[in-house]
Design a protein around this ligand. Structure first.
Ligand SMILES: [Ca+2]
Length: 492
């Protein structure tokens, strides 16, 4: 009889997708650590020969590092909305720095990652940059998460900008360098301190805590100590190829037609290229030290054994590659991000080089924490890879920038298709810098046909209220940030 009941129970469990109710107290805690605009210049990813990130590296060593993880959009709001709703930008229409996705009636009640934990009985915490900018609006915060810490901020600022006036408005954020100040005066220090205090107070379990760091987003200000790690006279600059854009479609420029971030040509002319690289490295090492403070506080709290840590960046950043600085591109430098899981149920093992998406974080945490299923998640749980990093995945990673511009990244290939039909194809095994566009070579026709099958079938227009970095079409005219694109005004 007991056997029979067990059998009936098993059949029931299978029929509802293995979702067996688990008491909240038995579930693991979750500590999410988000870093803004951090590309693969992280020690464990070997993106830059000189980068020093000992804390992120030790996290990778005690868990599973994904070496081929990619954002779904190369821009803050679009990437974060995708990660936290579990939906692609091409499904929500959130492509730009605005709007807040809940302004759309269709997504008003979408269960966010925070809410999935909140409704499962978790105490939820958030500090720093997790959502973009001022999102969620203050009056909606309590609905989203229980306890809010300090917002992301730059902290101490120099009396005036440290770099010469930059094109496209000399934006106050587009700045970098060092000036006399203390680490304790930085916005990210305050964020780490708040998270540390929460952990020291031993919050009720289970808890879900999201800690979002702002650096190395511009302005890349760090104290002298961090600059001293990277003397300019020994600095390694990223590999760039003269004429690299000669074989990329003209349309590739439309995705970043005018940006506050300057082009490589401006950086070189103003002798700021090395200075920017040095500043970005310095800020990354500083942020790594703040990651270390939070991880150490978790360890000291005695909760580490029952806490899953997941660390990611919202997208990458160019430092001169393909002639640009910043994001807003569909190449590796924009899409490739660190992604690390560590904690209970996650193997300490060799890195996983299967393609992974930030979109996979949501379903992975749902599975690891035995949460109720959430409708419509477009990612795929990474749990099989967290158990054994050699487990293959059938899905590529897809990154989207504005309506109907996508890139498909498999283990070997990167395929890009823009909204006007133009294409790029890179064989990353033989061309890791993506310098030779093979799309016009007839030998790769079948490769392109296969990769194109993965292009998202749903491509909704920008959500009402979309602005900043928005590209749309009006008849034959392409419009960037509400102004017609005039090819003669191209900035290279
Ligand atoms: Ca960002």
């Amino acid at each position: 009889m007991r056997c029979f009941l067990f059998f009936v129970g098993l059949v029931c469990a299978l029929s509802i997708g293995w979702h067996v109710p688990v008491h909240a107290a038995e579930r693991p805690n979750v500590l999410c650590i988000a870093i803004d605009d951090l590309n693969d210049w992280v020690g464990c990813l070997n993106g830059h020969a000189q980068i020093q990130t000992p804390n992120i590296d030790r996290l990778a060593q005690r868990g599973t590092l994904f070496t081929n993880a990619h954002c779904q959009a190369p821009l803050c709001n679009a990437s974060r909305t995708s990660l936290l709703t579990g939906l692609r930008p091409s499904t929500t229409g959130v492509y730009g720095l605005a709007p807040w996705f809940r302004t759309s009636p269709k997504f008003k009640d979408r269960v966010s990652l925070y809410q999935a934990f909140k409704r499962a009985g978790y105490k939820t915490f958030s500090t720093g940059k997790i959502w973009h900018g001022g999102y969620p609006p203050r009056k909606e915060r309590a609905k989203e998460c229980d306890k809010w810490g300090p917002n992301a901020s730059v902290g101490a600022r120099p009396p005036k900008k440290l770099v010469p006036p930059t094109p496209c408005g000399n934006h106050p954020l587009v700045d970098w360098g060092t000036f006399p100040h203390k680490d304790e005066e930085k916005g990210d220090w305050a964020v780490a301190s708040w998270a540390t205090e929460q952990l020291e107070s031993k919050p009720d379990q289970p808890f879900f805590m999201a800690v979002g760091f702002f650096l190395p987003h511009v302005p890349c200000y760090a104290t002298q100590h961090w600059f001293d790690l990277y003397p300019q006279d020994q600095l390694v600059l990223p590999p760039v190829q003269p004429g690299d854009r000669d074989d990329t479609p003209e349309f590739s420029w439309y995705l970043h037609w005018k940006l506050p971030e300057p082009r490589l040509s401006w950086l070189k002319r103003n002798h700021e290229w090395k200075h920017l690289v040095q500043s970005y490295l310095a800020c990354t090492s500083f942020v790594d030290s703040q990651v270390g403070r939070v991880i150490d506080a978790l360890q000291a709290s005695g909760r580490a054994d029952n806490t899953i840590i997941v660390l990611w960046s919202d997208h990458g950043w160019h430092l001169g590659e393909k002639g640009v600085s910043g994001k807003n591109t569909l190449w590796e430098r924009s899409s490739h991000v660190p992604l690390i899981f560590a904690g209970p149920g996650i193997a300490t093992q060799v890195p996983c080089d299967e393609p992974a998406e930030l979109l996979d974080i949501y379903p992975t945490l749902v599975e690891l924490c035995h949460l109720a299923p959430v409708d419509g998640l477009e990612g795929h749980s990474l749990v099989p890879q967290l158990r054994n990093s050699k487990t293959t995945r059938p899905w590529p990673a897809i990154t989207t920038h504005n309506q109907d511009n996508h890139t498909i990244r498999t283990k070997r290939w990167r395929y890009i298709r823009y909204a006007n039909g133009s294409q790029e194809l890179y064989d990353r095994e033989n061309d890791p810098n993506e310098w030779r566009n093979l799309a016009d070579d007839p030998r790769y026709k079948d490769v392109i046909t296969e990769l194109a099958k993965w292009l998202p079938k749903v491509n909704v227009p920008p959500m009402p209220g979309s602005k900043h970095r928005i590209l749309v079409r009006d008849g034959d005219q392409w419009i960037w940030e509400e102004k017609p694109i005039v090819p003669a005004e191209k900035m290279e």
